[in-house]
Design a protein around this ligand. Structure first.
Ligand SMILES: N[C@@H](CCC(=O)N[C@@H](CS)C(=O)NCC(=O)O)C(=O)O
Length: 291
């Protein structure tokens, strides 16, 4: 299929409610809020506004890891932002993230409170704030940041490219699926070769680079992200599989993955988290059983 066979672009593109597939109700070509809505603020220093997608999970895994290490200042309230309902376009959310995408964080332990958006920036902010999961060694630190930024730059081809055309587009089109499959398999091979020589992304130390990469590329392998494990032959990337399973065995990774989750098994959904005990008492299976 060629682009010219099916579509001749007009001189100037106009927004006429084009079908963007599964996200057509929220996709739009302008920024800014669509409605007034203040965000709730809970009792903890850190207020997270998010959803349990891979970008959201990065932050909740790091927060759970920090708490497991004993950093009490990492206690957080995680509020649910339903992107399919347009919550990311509420005025309060846009004040924290002018780009209208989850995750977004407010740190109320600073005066004035600090807003942080972009998941990579949130990981770096928290790692620096608590002095954890970011090597201080002058050789390892840039290695860690290189892989962190690799994830931020590479994953749009996986999510917005491959995932969109394989799962969300209104029809299956061979050209974009081929193009993005090629790139995603190349990325998996980049990871596989690196993980053949390294236990974690930066050697022996588990860092924010692993925490950033795992929900996406581990997600393909372990959580059937996009239902594409067989199509991409993810099992053949044996070192990625080994690494993904090792991280999945961590309690903090399991907990972080439950937070702000609205899909899948009910006992794995903790739609909002306001206290560590919520993992025992407020998962969706328990909430629905009590109703
Ligand atoms: N580069 C951003 C991407 C965030 C992002 O794409 N978030 C998606 C969910 S995973 C979102 O909020 N989408 C809502 C929208 O596009 O309107 C980050 O890493 O924080």
């Amino acid at each position: 299929m060629t682009a010219s066979a099916t579509y001749t672009p007009p001189k100037v593109w106009k927004w006429e409610g084009q079908d963007g597939g599964a996200y057509t109700s929220t996709n739009r070509p302008i920024a800014g809020p669509t409605h007034e809505k203040e965000l709730p603020v809970g009792k903890h220093p850190l207020q997270l506004y998010s959803l349990g997608t891979p970008n959201g999970v990065k932050v909740t895994v790091l927060l759970e890891e920090l708490l497991a290490l004993g950093h009490e200042g990492a206690e957080y309230d995680a509020w649910l932002i339903r992107i399919n309902d347009g919550d990311q376009f509420g005025s309060g959310f846009v004040e924290i993230n002018p780009n209208s995408k989850i995750p977004a964080l407010m740190d109320h332990s600073t005066e004035p409170p600090t807003r942080v958006f972009e998941s990579g920036s949130i990981l770096l902010y928290l790692a620096e704030k608590f002095g954890a999961f970011l090597p201080s060694d002058s050789a390892l630190r840039p290695e860690c940041l290189s892989w962190l930024f690799w994830q931020m730059g590479s994953t749009p081809y996986l999510g917005g490219g491959f995932g969109h055309f394989y799962t969300y587009a209104p029809e299956m089109f061979e050209y974009p699926i081929d193009r993005f499959t090629m790139e995603v398999k190349r990325q998996l091979d980049v990871l596989d070769r690196h993980l053949a020589e390294n236990r974690y992304m930066c050697g022996d130390e588990y860092t924010i680079a692993d925490i950033a990469i795992w929900p996406w590329y581990g997600g393909l392998a372990i959580f059937q992200q996009y239902g594409a494990a067989e199509f991409l032959d993810v099992e053949s990337y044996t070192h990625v599989m080994r690494w993904a399973k090792e991280i999945h065995s961590r309690d903090s990774a399991k907990r972080g993955r439950m937070v702000n989750r609205v899909r899948g098994e009910l006992h794995e959904q903790l739609r909002e988290r306001h206290d560590a005990s919520d993992f025992e008492t407020k998962t969706q299976d328990k909430i629905e059983a009590a109703e």
